[in-house]
Design a protein around this ligand. Structure first.
Ligand code: HAM
Length: 428
């Protein structure tokens, strides 16, 4: 017999985990609404070129982690599962002419992303993100607004001690000179560079700062810093972002080596961490400004900024901090019957009540009434609806399992009575 299991790096979200994810998605939707972000959906796969161009070919995400789909003979297009949402959202912004909408266009996406990475705690091949993008506003106030939005998500979900790491990585005016310095620096240390980093040195020296290779840590720490090379406009933008964040009371720490792992960033870059867990793989979320991305994907030059928060990591952080898991709600009533074989009546009455919006279980096991009632109590149901001969006259017995009392109710009044009881007992 074959034994099947979920693919490596993926998880089945069993009901408790799934309701945990739903809760987080609910908080995200509520916040998105309050901050004026409208939810949209994009495909789970895109033309590979959207990611290669948007995220950058010499990035881990594209070079090593992209889930490329085997191409079919009928079309020569190359596809890949989305490793993140930003490139797809910007592709949609351009495709649907959102440049003609009032700017900025504030969009949000919730859903699974896919990266073919080596699985470990908090790093999966399928994981969930809450993504938010504000496209069309050069900032800096919107930068602070979005950083605060992400921060508020952690506060409302109950993750304690989250702080923002913040940096500016410059723009087309000041970054080239910095990259020259960086290339020269790493060039002097070429012999110490791991194979992948040596290959990237010419194509994308910034990526070396974001290397996951532990052998790079000391070299990175001593490398020249972008903050020392910012042009006047980038420095002023960064200062203004900080002024706004100070006013909002968002706790942040300046992190001069933070460059993020995707190529599209300009100026503001940020990540969220649990205080004391600022390791490479522990980011709860991250984002930044991408003023060149819309143009890169075929639109008019348009600034943008956004974040993506890792919902799996938020769930892990909540488990670690011992936040209460979701508890299953008990049914308001269980429909039981004196005739063990009459599952038709039990199902029919249950269906009637469910149609009225009530959470009701029908006892479908053909066992004695006593055993049916025991199982209703084990369910922590508040009521048992008992079907007997009275059903011929359109009545059932309604038993309050908590109070131990019982009375005859007309079938026509049953839903209303139960709904009223549910309200006064905070059920349902
Ligand atoms: P990112 O830093 O690649 O940014 O991912 C954002 C968050 O997704 C990470 O901080 C982490 O919490 C979560 N995450 C990433 N990879 C995994 C994984 N393999 N397993 C579990 N969680 C993971 C982006 O994706 C950008 N699109 C963010 C952005 C939006 N920038 C501008 N707009």
């Amino acid at each position: 017999m074959p034994s099947f299991h979920a693919p490596r790096g993926t998880r089945d979200l069993l009901p408790d985990a799934s309701s945990g994810l739903n809760r987080l998605e609910g908080i995200a939707r509520s916040l998105a609404g309050r901050y004026g972000y409208r939810e949209m959906d994009i495909p789970i796969f895109e033309q590979t070129a959207v990611f290669e161009r948007g995220i950058g070919e010499a990035t881990d995400v594209v070079e090593k982690e992209l889930f490329r789909l085997a191409s079919r003979t009928e079309d020569s297009e190359a596809w890949a599962l989305r490793p993140e949402a930003t490139a797809g959202v910007v592709r949609a912004y351009v495709q649907h002419g959102m440049q003609t909408w009032p700017q900025p266009v504030k969009l949000t996406v919730l859903g699974p992303m896919f990266r073919y990475d080596r699985p470990q705690a908090g790093r999966y091949r399928q994981f969930w993100q809450w993504d938010a993008e504000a496209i069309g506003d050069p900032g800096p106030a919107v930068d602070a607004e979005i950083v605060e939005l992400g921060y508020r998500f952690y506060v409302e979900s109950g993750v304690p001690d989250v702080q923002v790491l913040l940096n500016s990585i410059g723009d087309g005016a000041c970054r080239p000179a910095y990259l020259e310095q960086l290339t020269a620096y790493f060039g002097r240390h070429e012999a110490e560079l791991p194979e992948l980093e040596r290959r990237r040195l010419d194509a994308n020296p910034l990526r070396l700062l974001d290397s996951k290779d532990p052998a790079m840590a000391a070299l990175v720490a001593a490398a020249p810093r972008i903050g020392d090379c910012l042009c006047e406009a980038c420095a002023a933008h960064f200062a203004a972002v900080r002024t706004h964040l100070d006013a909002l009371g968002v706790p942040y720490r300046l992190e001069p080596t933070l460059v993020r792992g995707l190529d599209y960033y300009t100026r503001t870059a940020f990540e969220y961490y649990r205080h004391g867990a600022e390791g490479q793989q522990q980011a709860l979320g991250g984002g930044g400004r991408y003023d060149g991305l819309v143009e890169l994907l075929g639109g008019r030059p348009t600034p943008g900024i956004g974040f993506a928060l890792g919902l799996d990591r938020v769930m892990l952080a909540l488990e670690k901090s011992g936040a209460a898991a979701a508890v299953e709600a008990p049914p308001l009533a269980v429909v039981v019957g004196a005739d063990p074989t009459d599952t038709v009546s039990r199902l029919r009455v249950a269906s009637l009540l469910r149609a009225e919006g009530l959470f009701v279980r029908a006892e479908l096991a053909q066992r004695k009434l006593g055993r049916q009632l025991e199982s209703a109590s084990r369910d922590h149901a508040h009521f048992a609806v008992i079907i007997g001969d009275e059903l011929n006259g359109g009545h059932v017995q309604l038993k309050d399992l908590e109070a131990g009392t019982q009375h005859l109710v007309a079938l026509d009044d049953l839903a209303r009575d139960l709904a009223r009881a549910a309200k006064s007992h905070h059920h349902g």
